[in-house]
Design a protein around this ligand. Structure first.
Ligand code: AGP
Length: 622
C-alpha cells in the first residue's frame, strides 16, 4: 500500500506535499518523491528510503510551483530504489503521475507499448500507466483508430482511453505539462479522497493528509475520476458519464493525528484505549434493559437473529478479533459461526448463500483481501456487514451495513486500539443477538455492566508499564517466543505473537496452550520465553498444568494473570496482572500487557515502532 498526495491551488505546492507525505508515511516508506509543475516543466525529486531522504535532495530554494504530486511507496513491483520510486514520467516527458495499487495486466500492456515505440526506465507497473496515457495523448487517437472528439480535453480523454485498457487497482493523481491548470485523480480499488478547500484542492490516499487544509471532502467511488481545473472540478466515470458527488465532512481532527507528546503513535494508541473504548461503547449500551443499540445495522438485526450461520472474515489482527467474535457468537447467541482468513476465503469457492451473514472486520477498510471476500460474499447473496474504523473507506461503502469503531485514526502499523474496539463491537453484537434468541436479560445486564467497566480496568494495567519494560529487557536477546492461551485467551495469544513479530522482528508463535503437548513442547528450552495468559477462567487449572509442563522442561515463563492471584506466583518467572473480569471480556484486558511487551521489545531493539520494515498500515494489494 502506498500514500499519494497532490496539491492544486495558489500556495507553494512543495511544502504542502512534503507535509502530506509525512502524514501518509505509515502507508509505506520504501521510497518517496514529488513532481512539481511550473511553466510547463516538471521538476521531479525522488529517492529510495524515507521522506527524510527526499527532503535532503530537495533544492535549497523551494519551488514556486502551485501544482504538484507526491508519493511514499510500499514496493509491489520492482525493488525500492530511486528509478522505481514514484512519480513516474512517461516516455514523451509530458505526463507525470503517482499511483497506489496494482496493475494486473501491466506486462502485456508494456510489451505492446514497447512494440509501439515507447521506452521504459523502471520495473514498475505504474510506469506502464504513465506511458499508456502518454501514448494516447501524443497520438490523440484511440486504439480503434478514432480521433479524440474535438473540443474535448485531450489530456482527460487520453486518461480515459488508458483506463479502458487497464485491469487492476489504482488510486492516482496525474498531471500533464501541457495543461498546468488541470489535475486528474482516478480511483478503482484503492482509496482516493479529494479535499475541497478555498480555491485549492488536495487529492490524497486518506484524510490525514487533507485535514489541516480543509474539512470538506469528496470520496470517489471505484471507476470514477475527478478533473480539477481553474473553475473548480468535475467528477465523472472513467467512461465519461457525469457523476454528482456529495461534499462530506472529514470526521477526524488534527490532534487525533498528532503524537501529542508520545514517542510513537503505537504508544499513544495503546494509552488512549480507555478513552477510545468509552467512545466506542458510548450510546450503544443499555445496561438497564440488557440491550445494545448499533444504529448502523439496526435494520439487519432480524436477518442476524434468524441466520443459521455467521462468517467473519479479516486479516491479521482483525482476524484475531474475529476469532474472539466467533467464540462470542457461539457462546452468547448460540449461532454457528466461523472466522475465515479473507485471503483464503476468496479463493476456495466457499459455501455462501442468502441465509449467510458475512461480517468483514477491517481497521482501514481498504485491505484488498478483505474487500475481495466482501465482494464474493455479496455476489453469492449473503447479507454483508462491516466492522470498520475508517469512515467512508471502501469496505465501509461496499458492505450492506456496518458498525464504525469510532476510535479515531490508528496510525501505528501495529494495530492496538482497533483490536480492542473490534472485540468490543463484536461483544455488543453477540449480546444483542443473544438477547433476541436465548440469552437472559440478567446475563446480558451483567455482561454489559462489566463491559462498561472495561475502559477503567484497561487504565489500571498501565501501572505495570515499567514492569513490562523490564520483562522485555530481560528477554530481549531471545529470538523465539511462544504465546499460549486457552478459550477466549487463545486468540489473544495469537495477537500477542503477531504484535511481537511485526515490530521487534523476534520470531513468535501463538498457540492454544493445550496444543503444546502435540509437538511444540519439543521446542522448549530456557532460551524460548513462553508467555502464558493464565487469568482466572474456566480452564485455569488446565493452563496451570500447561505451565508446569513447560517449567518441568526448563522453560522460562512470562505469565499474564488475574490481579491478586497468589496461587499463580510460583509458576511465573515474570508476572504481569490484569484486573479480574468475566471470561468473555478477558481479551479486552489480557491483550494490553502483550501490546506493551511488544512495544518495549521493539524500542529496546532500536526498531522504528510505527513503521516496521517491510510492512504498511493497510495492505491494499493482494
Ligand atoms: C496488525 O498489527 C497488522 N498491522 C495487520 O495484521 C493488520 O491487522 C491487517 O493487515 C488487517 O488490516 P485491516 O484491519 O486494516 O484490514
Amino acid at each position: 500500500m502506498c500514500g499519494i498526495v497532490a496539491y492544486f491551488g495558489k500556495k507553494q505546492a512543495q511544502p504542502i506535499l512534503i507535509e502530506g507525505l509525512k502524514r501518509l508515511e505509515y502507508r509505506g516508506y520504501d521510497s518517496a518523491g514529488v513532481a512539481l509543475l511550473k511553466a510547463n516543466q516538471f521538476e521531479v525529486y525522488k529517492t529510495s528510503g524515507r521522506i527524510a531522504n527526499l527532503e535532503e535532495i530537495l533544492p535549497e530554494t523551494e519551488s514556486r510551483a502551485v501544482v504538484g504530486i507526491g508519493h511514499t511507496r510500499w514496493a509491489t513491483h520492482g525493488v525500492p530504489n530511486t528509478i522505481n520510486a514514484h512519480p513516474h514520467i512517461d516516455y514523451t516527458g509530458k505526463i507525470a503521475l503517482v499511483h497506489n495499487g496494482i496493475i494486473e495486466n501491466y506486462a502485456i500492456l508494456k510489451k505492446w507499448l514497447i512494440k509501439e515505440g515507447c521506452t521504459f526506465k523502471s520495473e514498475t507497473d505504474t510506469e506502464v500507466v504513465a506511458n499508456l496515457i502518454g501514448y494516447f495523448y501524443e497520438r490523440n487517437r484511440a486504439r480503434n483508430g478514432e480521433n479524440a472528439p474535438s473540443g474535448s480535453n485531450r489530456f482527460e480523454w487520453a486518461v480515459q482511453q488508458a483506463f479502458n485498457e487497464i485491469y487492476g487497482t489504482y488510486g492516482l493523481a496525474i498531471m500533464c505539462s501541457d495543461c498546468p491548470d488541470v489535475m486528474i485523480g482516478v480511483k478503482k480499488g484503492s482509496p482516493l479522497i479529494l479535499g475541497v478547500g478555498k480555491e485549492e484542492y488536495i487529492i490524497a490516499s486518506d484524510a490525514s493528509a487533507i485535514i489541516e487544509h480543509t474539512s470538506q471532502a469528496i470520496y470517489l467511488s471505484d471507476g470514477e475520476m475527478v478533473t480539477i481545473h481553474s473553475e473548480g472540478f468535475d467528477t465523472k466515470t472513467i467512461s465519461n458519464e457525469e457523476v454528482t458527488k456529495e461534499l462530506k465532512d472529514i470526521e477526524i481532527s488534527l490532534d487525533q493525528i498528532e503524537l501529542e507528546g508520545f514517542e510513537h503513535y503505537m504508544q499513544k494508541e495503546i494509552a488512549e484505549q480507555p478513552q477510545v473504548l468509552e467512545t466506542c461503547l458510548k450510546g450503544r449500551v443499555d445496561v438497564k434493559n440488557g440491550r445494545v443499540i448499533l444504529g448502523g445495522i439496526q435494520d439487519k438485526l432480524r436477518d442476524l437473529t434468524r441466520t443459521k450461520r455467521i462468517i467473519l472474515s479479516a486479516c491479521g489482527t482483525a482476524w484475531h478479533a474475529g476469532l474472539v467474535g466467533e467464540f462470542l457468537f457461539e457462546q452468547l447467541a448460540r449461532i454457528p459461526s466461523e472466522v475465515e482468513y479473507a485471503s483464503e476465503f476468496r479463493y476456495r469457492n466457499p459455501i455462501v448463500d442468502e441465509g449467510t451473514i458475512f461480517i468483514a472486520i477491517s481497521q482501514s477498510g481498504e485491505t484488498a483481501d478483505t474487500l475481495a471476500a466482501v465482494e464474493l460474499a455479496k455476489e453469492r447473496g449473503a447479507t454483508v456487514l462491516g466492522i470498520v474504523n475508517v469512515v467512508g473507506s471502501t469496505i465501509a461503502r461496499t458492505t450492506d451495513a456496518g458498525v464504525y469503531l469510532r476510535v479515531g485514526p490508528e496510525i501505528g502499523v501495529a494495530s492496538t486500539k482497533a483490536f480492542t474496539a473490534q472485540v468490543s463491537v463484536l461483544t455488543m453484537l453477540a449480546i444483542e443477538l443473544g438477547r433476541r434468541r436465548h440469552l437472559s436479560s440478567e446475563m446480558a445486564q451483567g455482561l454489559l455492566k462489566e463491559l462498561m467497566e472495561i475502559p477503567k480496568k484497561v487504565e489500571q494495567i498501565f501501572s505495570q508499564k515499567e514492569q513490562t519494560r523490564q520483562i522485555a529487557q530481560a528477554n530481549i536477546d531471545k529470538d523465539n517466543w511462544l504465546f499460549l492461551g486457552r478459550g477466549f485467551n487463545y486468540p489473544v495469544a495469537l495477537e500477542g505473537a503477531l504484535k511481537l513479530k511485526e515490530i521487534s522482528y523476534i520470531h513468535a508463535e501463538g498457540l492454544p496452550a493445550a496444543e503444546m503437548k502435540h509437538g511444540p513442547i519439543a521446542l522448549i528450552t530456557d532460551n524460548m520465553p513462553a508467555v502464558f495468559i493464565a487469568t482466572k477462567c474456566s480452564q485455569y487449572e488446565k493452563i496451570i498444568g500447561n505451565i508446569e509442563e513447560v517449567r518441568a522442561r526448563g522453560g522460562r515463563t512470562i505469565v499474564v494473570a488475574t490481579e491478586g492471584d497468589e496461587h499463580i506466583k510460583p509458576y511465573a518467572d515474570h508476572l504481569i496482572t490484569v484486573p479480574d473480569t468475566v471470561e468473555q471480556l478477558q481479551p479486552l484486558l489480557t491483550v494490553v500487557p502483550l501490546q506493551m511487551l511488544a512495544y518495549h521489545a521493539a524500542v529496546l531493539r532500536g526498531h522504528d515502532v510505527d513503521k516496521p520494515r517491510n510492512l504498511a498500515k493497510s495492505v491494499t494489494v493482494e
